[in-house]
Structure formats: structure tokens, C-alpha cells
Design a protein around this ligand. Structure first.
Ligand SMILES: O=P(O)(O)OC[C@H]1O[C@H](O[C@H]2O[C@H](CO)[C@@H](O)[C@H](O)[C@H]2O)[C@H](O)[C@@H](O)[C@@H]1O
Length: 241
């Protein structure tokens, strides 16, 4: 945190993961309780960073828009879709996941295991049935192989994504254009799917910050979401130079 506190808002392009970074995890994706301060903090930060702020999540854009204040740059489904402030959503052309979708539809999953169909990606959730992790991984891997898709193990979830969609691609897309271009990319996230974001930020000379425990390519770490919020608030406090 001490190194990070010296970062100046004027030079930073900030990329924030959603679940586990801005919002504590919950039993179900619909059960999260986003902190009320998100609605004041994120617009204030966006202004302070001259609009170089984006939320980059595995969730679809529509879900993010329900939980976040309007007017932010957003990337959903790990970068498969994105929206610049005030513009229409865009999405990457990708290979079909239908073979994987059909395979999972044919599966009689154990009670508590459920499939989230995000159109551009599929997620096999087992938070309510942790003992089924190995079985879920096996079924998700088989389904991913049928669609030549990538399988990623997230927090109590196996995500099936078309190749080419990842948070690193999302970061690079934003960094290629104003107001992000020319700034120092800083990516903050808590999960395996954020590793591509850390790597992309660091490859551009920027900073990856992992939230919580676990191996990571990120060279910096916050203990928890509370520390994330402390740092975000500190970015606001530094007077403009
Ligand atoms: O990239 P993120 O913003 O971190 O989103 C990752 C996934 O988040 C959601 O699932 C996770 O959070 C749920 C709510 O806390 C939790 O119940 C679940 O076990 C977690 O895996 C979301 O449902 C996924 O679509 C996102 O990819």
C-alpha cells in the first residue's frame, strides 16, 4: 500500500474488477450487496482520473449496469462485451459455445450446482455444493473441449469462454484510446480471471494488484475489499498538481 499511495491520479488509468474487489462475495450472484459508497466514489474517481476508469468484470454488462452508477466505461463477460460512457454496447465476434451449451443442458447436475448462461460465456457454479467441485470441473472441461473454448477456475465456479476473450484484451482495448492512452494502467482484482488483467497492465509498465490470498502474477496486494476502498479514497485525496 505504501508504494501505491504515491501514485498520482493524474497519471493512472484504473481498471477495477467487480465481484470480490468492489463487492464482497455472496451465496448467489443476485444476492450481493454493493456498498452504497460505490455510487459516489466511482463517479468522483472517474472525474479525478479524467475519465480513465473502467470496471472489468466476468458479469454481463446488463448486470453491471444494474449495480453501478451510470456513465462508467465497462467491460463485461471478461472483455467479450464493453461500453464506452454514453455509447452503445459492443461485443467481440466469437466462436459459438453451442456445443458446450448443449452438453451442459444434457447434464443432470447435482442439487445446488447451476449453470449461468451469459450468452458469450457459460459458468458452472457450485458454491452451494462445494463437494461437487471435481465433478463440475470434469463436466465443464468436457463441455469446453467440445466448443474448443477456454476453461477457467474462478471462485466456486468454472467459466467456459471463447478463446481470445480475457481481461487483458479488455485492458488493452481501453488503453489504445483516449482518455486511457498514455496513462499508467493499474488493474485491481481478486480472482484467477483477473490474472490476464494483471499481466496486461504489467506488460505495459503498469501495476497489478491482487486482492486477498493466493498465488498471483500481480506484484502488489491488498488484503481485502476494505483496503481497496481505503486506497481508492486515498487517490481522491491527493491534491491535483
Ligand atoms: O470478474 P468478476 O467481477 O469478479 O466476476 C466473476 C464472476 O462473478 C460472479 O460469480 C462470483 O460471485 C458470486 C457473487 O458473490 C458468487 O456467488 C459466485 O460463487 C462467484 O463465482 C458471476 O456470477 C460470474 O458470472 C462472474 O464471472
Amino acid at each position: 500500500m505504501t508504494d501505491l499511495i504515491r501514485l498520482r491520479a493524474e497519471e493512472v488509468a484504473l481498471f477495477l474488477d467487480f465481484d470480490g474487489t468492489l463487492v464482497a462475495l455472496a451465496d448467489h450472484p443476485d444476492a450481493i450487496q454493493p456498498p452504497a459508497q460505490l455510487h459516489s466514489l466511482l463517479p468522483a474517481l472517474q472525474k479525478r482520473l479524467n475519465k480513465a476508469l473502467a470496471v472489468v468484470s466476468g458479469r454481463p454488462l446488463q448486470q453491471l449496469e444494474r449495480h453501478l452508477p451510470p456513465g462508467l466505461a465497462l467491460a463485461g463477460i471478461h472483455g467479450g462485451e464493453w461500453r464506452w460512457p454514453g455509447q452503445a454496447p459492443q461485443r467481440m465476434p466469437t466462436a459459438s459455445l453451442d456445443p458446450a451449451r448443449r452438453s451442459l443442458a444434457d447434464w443432470q447436475a447435482p442439487p445446488g450446482v447451476w449453470i449461468e448462461d451469459k450468452d458469450l460465456a457459460l459458468a458452472v457454479h457450485y458454491r452451494a455444493r462445494p463437494g461437487s467441485a471435481a465433478l463440475c470441473e470434469q463436466r465443464a472441461a468436457a463441455a469446453a473441449a467440445l466448443a474448443d473454448a477456454r476453461l477457467l477456475a474462478g471462485k466456486q465456479v468454472f467459466e467456459i469462454k471463447p478463446r481470445g476473450i480475457d481481461k487483458g484484451t479488455a485492458l488493452r482495448r481501453f488503453m489504445a484510446a483516449a482518455p486511457f492512452a498514455g496513462r499508467l494502467p493499474v488493474f485491481v482484482g481478486d480472482d484467477v480471471t483477473d490474472e490476464d488483467g494483471f499481466a496486461a497492465a504489467q506488460a505495459l509498465g503498469g501495476i497489478g494488484i491482487k486482492v486477498g490470498v493466493g498465488d498471483s502474477r500481480a506484484r502488489h496486494r491488498f488484503h481485502d475489499t476494505q483496503e481497496v476502498f481505503q486506497w481508492l479514497n486515498s487517490l481522491l485525496l491527493h491534491p491535483p498538481t
